[in-house]
Design a protein around this ligand. Structure first.
Ligand code: S3P
Length: 168
């Protein structure tokens, strides 16, 4: 089984993915961590030195590579749905799980780690930036997901339990 977690920044893809991997005894790969390891640079530095387009290409190449694995849980970056090529790839998978949070939840969750997010850290109005980006992406997350989990007002354990029930 292959599980791909998608959703906006701060929806818990990494932490939920790790917990699922413990419960299901499956390998876990976080795409941002993997890109940082491969490039030996932080996501911030990649964005700053080479730009977003370059990062998106790294992301697509890695996604294609990771989907060759069997029995893996993949946590994607929030912008994975910004590329049409990635959307096409994700549509071919059958356990794409969308962790769906609203602006308020996302803002609360990212508040301690804004500096790690190149698309948020320069913003003068974080909720507005989240809302604008989320509006552009929301229908894309919906269009490729097989399962949607509402994460609002839930703790990680509740999200993990609900996800486990949904994947059966
Ligand atoms: C991004 C989300 C980040 C990371 C990069 C770009 C985005 O991942 O890939 O900063 O475009 O939403 P997380 O969703 O893990 O924060």
């Amino acid at each position: 089984m292959k599980i791909v977690l998608i959703g906006f920044m701060g929806t818990g893809k990494t932490v939920v993915g790790k917990k699922l991997s413990d419960k299901l005894n499956m390998k876990f790969i976080d795409m941002d961590d993997e890109i940082e390891k491969l490039q030996k640079k932080s996501i911030n530095d990649i964005f700053r030195e080479y730009g977003e387009e370059y990062f998106r290409r790294l992301e697509t190449n890695l996604l294609k590579e990771l989907l060759h694995y069997e029995d893996v849980i993949i946590s994607t970056g929030g912008g994975i749905v910004t590329s049409d090529e990635n959307l096409k790839i994700l549509k071919g998978e059958n356990k794409v799980i969308f962790l769906d949070g609203n602006v308020e939840t996302i803002q609360k969750n990212v508040s301690g780690e804004i500096n790690k997010r190149p698309l948020l850290k320069e913003s003068k109005n974080i909720p507005q930036t989240i809302e604008t980006l989320l509006e552009k992406r929301y229908y894309k997350y919906n269009s490729v997901c097989d399962i949607k989990i509402d994460i609002n007002d839930k703790n990680i354990q509740e999200v993990v339990s609900e996800t486990l029930v949904s994947i059966g």
